[in-house]
Write a protein that binds this ligand. Sequence first.
Ligand SMILES: Nc1nc2c(ncn2[C@@H]2O[C@H](COP(=O)(O)O[C@H]3[C@@H](O)[C@H](n4cnc5c(=O)[nH]c(N)nc54)O[C@@H]3COP(=O)(O)O)[C@@H](O)[C@H]2O)c(=O)[nH]1
Length: 947
Amino acid sequence: MDTAANSGHSTGSPLARGRHWLSRLSLRQVFVLVVAVGLLVPGVLFTLLMLDWRRDELTRQFRTEQERVLETLALGLRQPLWDLSLNAGQPLVDTAMKDPRIVSVRVDGSFPGEPFISIIVPERRQGRAMQLSRPVHFGDQIIGKVLIEFDDGDLRRRLAAQAREYVLLIGVELVVSLLLILLLLDSRFLGPLRRLIEQAKTLTDHEAVAAAPWVRDDEIGDLGRQLEWARSELHRLFGELNDKNDALELDIVERMQTEEALRASEAKYRELFLSNLDGICVTDMNGLVLDANPALLALLDVPAEALVGKQLVSFVAEAWRNYDDHMIQHRVLVDGHCGEYEIELYRPGDGLLPVSAKGVLMRDVDARPIGVWRILRDLTERKAAALRMELAAKVFDNTAEAIMVIAPDNHIASVNRAFTEMLGYATDEIVGQPSSVMRDATIDPEVYENINRQYINHGAWQGEVPFRRKSGETFTAWAQINVVRDVTGRIGDVVALIRDISDAKQAQERILHLARFDALTQLPNRAYFRELAEEAIAEAHRHHEHRALLFVDLDHFKTINDSLGHDVGDQLLKEVAGRLHDALRAGDVVGRLGGDEFVVLLRNLDEGEDASYVANRMLARLAQPFQLNEHELVVTPSLGISLYPVDGEDYDTLVRNADAAMYHAKENGRNTYRFYTADMNARALEILSVENQLRRALERDEFVLHYQPQVDMGSGRIVGVEALIRWRHPERGLVGPMQFIPIAEERGLIGAIGQWVLREACRQNQAWQAEGLPPIEVAVNLSAMQFYGRDLAQDITAILAETGLAPRWLALEVTESVIVQDVESTIATLAALKGMGLKLAIDDFGTGYSSLSYLKRFKVDKLKVDRSFVMDVPGDADDSAITRAIVNLARNLGLQVIAEGVETPEQWSFLKNEGCDEVQGYLISPPLPAEDLAKRLARGAWRLGSI
Ligand SMILES: Nc1nc2c(ncn2[C@@H]2O[C@H](COP(=O)(O)O[C@H]3[C@@H](O)[C@H](n4cnc5c(=O)[nH]c(N)nc54)O[C@@H]3COP(=O)(O)O)[C@@H](O)[C@H]2O)c(=O)[nH]1
């Protein structure tokens, strides 16, 4: 708009533009402009008039001076011109030329031709030139003429200087006048005007203070006073207005707050109505439903239109309608409300719904009844909960587990029947008692306090608790304790489920015992012994002590087990376990690894060698015969000893090394002990390797029998041979029986090998006979395992039948140590074998177990004097005496006697003299392969003459 207006003005007439320009000037600018114009116009006019006057005056003065110069020359030149004296005229003219306004002077005579004098200075022409001339009279005669050319440049300059002076004068006057006028204007008019403006501005300013009073009596002073009056009036009015405004604002705010509170309250109640979990409806005084909340619609499972506008009574079950009506009519309408009462609502399509009902009378502002609030709460869940509570109470009372509720003050709040039965208290005896009443007084109270801390800190705890019954009897219970907290997390009751686990504990202990102890011997089993041993090793490690681990294996136990049955074997193991245990000091432990293997851990050894005392004690204890039912058994052990820490620092190493040492003991004749040495493991590995190879040797037919002749000392005839096994090892060549028979015995392989030997010996003997060689006995060595193992008689019968050898050509050699293992059983076996017609010999006779008392009962044919006695006869008196005694014994018992290991003629002679029947030894022949032996046989009688 302004822009348009401005542009309109700028494009209007100059007058309009001027007016507009003027309208935009301030009052001061207008005053300045008016005063300036008012002073300038007369000043300019005055200056122009003055200049005009001065020009006329100066021009006039210039003409006068021209006339005078011209006159002066015309007069001065009369004579010279008359005289034509240039010298006289020239100075006059030169003098005139000194006036700078004269450009030229020309003096003409009355004679023709050249001027009498002519002087011209052209450069003096700067303005307008004026030429004046005058005739020169000499008397009345004109004798010449003077012509002067004047320049008005000087006149003009003087006029211009005069004009500048006027302009300057007027300018100064104008400025001074303006300043004076402005000063006056400002002090008398503009200043007060500004004050009036400032005063006017304060009219609407409520905070403004009263202006200084106007002292002048002119119009401005009046205006100022009027303005001050108006200001104070306005101020007063504004004050009143503000007060009213404030009051109004307060009123509006209060009203808005009230309205807001009303709206919030209404929304709240509406929200309460809508979100209430209870069903709520509003009915008029006739029971017509005016409004219903979603909970009620959900309760009845109907849409709003099915309920609103309908009689609420139509949803009340028939049976409850009168009652409901009674409550509304006689309670709600009379008292204004009623307490909760139960009715049943009809739920379309879904039967009846138990609800609690409540009614509140609604009134209008004049307290006139206008309707009834109905509040209906679903009781389905509450009834179910009540049912559950009832059930829980029954469970609580009838459950087999004892339950105790402890109140926060640590007193027993309630117990169930099982509890009273378990603890022996009647309910009223125990309820109210402190929970500590059931503590076992022998238990450190800290145990119970710790349990209390556990369940309080963690909310629950379960575990074993020692309790005391009313009778004083203590028992172990399994308690599951749970802390019940209220919603704030505060500890409420503590519920404890208590189960008497005394029986289970005993069972557990039994199970633990079974898990730890060998059922047969009641010694720690392999696993538990390891535990104990590892503890003992750790303890030794801590205290820098020694320990010894003994590996005990019974010699030939398998034989006993197989021959006499497992019952006897079991009894023997029990007895052995007892004896081993008795041989130990307190703190030492013996365990059973399995079978006939026992391990012993010795503590508190001053030095490793101390273990040998225990080993010897064990050997001595076990050396005593065992009387098991009708059997008297002799069992020897082989013991291996490893020492902590020198032979191993952990249990497995110690056991492995003791085992290796035990094998070494077996290899060294059994019934002894060996300390572990580093090379034993290599030996153990070798044994393992031999065992594996032995298993394959039978399949690969790697065994062979050599036969050593047995010569009758009287005739020199070979009357028999001893079959001695060799192993044609694919790598080691021919391996002697001592290299593998003990291992075969130990590892249970001797049965199969022995069978093979028996069969092969019988077959070969039968073959020799079939070749027509003189018939001889073949003697076969029997191991204990063969002797006590399977039915030996039956096996031999089968072999004899198979090979066709007559029983009388087969002799069996059994060592003393074998037959004394179980005397009764041996007697029976020997009798059976004897009955078959076989020959029987006791090998190695005299080496230790000579049970002379039983010898008569043994049905043997021959005693074989051990090589250890023979080798030193006749030189050694003792051996000679023993040999002699054995020969005599045999003779007295009616038995034959054969001496083995005869290597020298002296031995031969001694034995011959003593009456020995037969001999066997390198003197006659080493064991020979079957074909070599056949050749010997073929050669007939032994040539004794050379001996
Ligand atoms: N259960 C089985 N045991 C067997 C069987 N074959 C052999 N053996 C037993 O092995 C032991 C060693 O036998 P071997 O190395 O064959 O030694 C026998 C003879 O070679 C040796 N002998 C014989 N005469 C002499 C002699 O003059 N000097 C001397 N230094 N040694 C000699 O004696 C061994 C025979 O002894 P024995 O049996 O006591 O008569 C040996 O104990 C065999 O019993 C087998 O098949 N089953």
